[in-house]
Design a protein around this ligand. Structure first.
Ligand SMILES: NC(=O)c1ccc[n+]([C@@H]2O[C@H](COP(=O)([O-])OP(=O)(O)OC[C@H]3O[C@@H](n4cnc5c(N)ncnc54)[C@H](OP(=O)(O)O)[C@@H]3O)[C@@H](O)[C@H]2O)c1
Length: 330
């Protein structure tokens, strides 16, 4: 029997940006052990997706042709062997293996270890916005000791690029953990970032923004560095408390070198190159916060499936306010 086919966007070589995304027809994948097959409703873009296209992990990732995107919301249509916690008709949010992708498609297979059910109160657009961005915000805050059960002590955190996909969630989650938040963003997003709960907001293009100085003279116990732009360690160090930590979400060679040197010299202030690992429990927690109205994803824009290249180009420009979403099926 001929297998059912579906439409996907894919690219077949490194580079080329949005223009390299081509719509093609391929067979619907079959879920293996521990996987579900979902009909995709919405999917979101992360900078990692187009960095992979640019060859940041070459020569091993991706495998061509590559169907990109890893953050999906959809509905289960079948389950693989050994899956008894999902059934046909369940609505889900899932973080696919980001090096493999597969989300920019009408159907995708997802590992249950990185999939959560979502209730009707959480829309497909909201669910698709969460996995990598909110998941990373959560893991980064946990790495500096933030607690979400009311048992944590308050401390001062600086969040750079608070208007971006990760930053907007980091601000909201930091406030839920009871932290004092200083945030950086561009002038046009200051009111938005304040509305997310930030206590102090610095325009990153002003002298205060460039030096990261808190207007009330606060020193930071932690920095969640969400900006894609590198900041010299000396700038962070001047604003950190004695044992302050900087979680670097976009580590460069210099970040690894600084971090290694700090370990050798037993430095109390630390730069931490950080890579998040997001599991189904993190997704369940985040979906629950959205359901309860405690976390409100900021959506930059929603693009129809056929206009996926337009969404891809927008993400590559680096000026999204919140998450860029592609709606595959309404
Ligand atoms: N390590 C990990 O596990 C992990 C996981 C997820 C993401 N990341 C990384 O984290 C970074 C952020 O991801 P994202 O999804 O949040 O990106 P994004 O949504 O594309 O970020 C765009 C935002 O950054 C702001 N921005 C740009 N330069 C800035 C600066 N110098 N200071 C303050 N704000 C600035 C922009 O504001 P304007 O438009 O006003 O310029 C825009 O709102 C990316 O490099 C991504 O790869 C890492």
């Amino acid at each position: 029997m001929a297998s059912k086919s579906m439409q996907v966007f894919c690219y077949d070589k490194y580079g080329g940006g949005a223009a390299a995304l081509k719509k093609v027809e391929i067979p619907v994948p079959v879920p293996k052990k521990g996987e579900i097959l979902a009909k995709v409703e919405a999917v979101s873009i992360n900078p990692a997706d187009w960095r992979i296209q640019n060859g940041i992990m070459r020569p091993f990732v991706p495998k061509f042709p590559c169907v990109p995107l890893s953050d999906v919301a959809g509905e289960v249509v079948s389950v693989g062997a050994g899956v008894d916690n999902f059934k046909t008709g369940d609505k889900i949010a899932s973080h696919l293996v980001f090096t493999t992708g597969g989300g920019l498609a009408e159907y995708t297979v997802a590992p249950t270890s990185q999939t959560a059910k979502r209730p009707p109160e959480v829309s497909a657009v909201e669910a698709a916005s969460l996995p990598m961005a909110a998941g990373t915000a959560l893991k980064a805050l946990e790495a500096v000791g933030a607690m979400f059960d009311g048992t944590g002590k308050p401390f001062n955190v600086l969040i750079t690029a608070a208007s971006g996909g990760v930053g907007q969630f980091t601000v909201q989650l930091a406030k839920l953990a009871g932290l004092h938040v200083t945030a950086t963003c561009g002038a046009r997003n200051i009111d938005l970032v304040k509305s997310l709960g930030a206590d102090e907001v610095l325009d990153y293009r002003t002298p205060e923004g460039e030096t990261l100085k808190s207007v009330t003279g606060k020193m930071y116990d932690a920095v969640i560095h969400c900006s894609t732009v590198g900041i010299a360690w000396s700038v962070f160090a001047k604003n950190l408390n004695k044992k302050g930590k900087v979680i670097d979400l976009t580590p460069r060679f210099s970040s690894f070198a600084t971090s290694a040197l700090q370990k050798i010299t037993l430095s109390k202030k630390q730069l931490v190159p950080f890579f998040s690992k997001i599991g189904y429990k993190d997704l369940e927690f985040l979906v629950g916060l959205v359901k309860d109205g405690k976390l409100k994803p900021v959506i930059d824009s929603i693009h129809p499936f056929d206009k996926a290249p337009e969404a891809w180009a927008k993400s590559m420009e680096g000026h999204a306010t919140g998450k860029i979403i592609i709606e595959v099926e309404k």
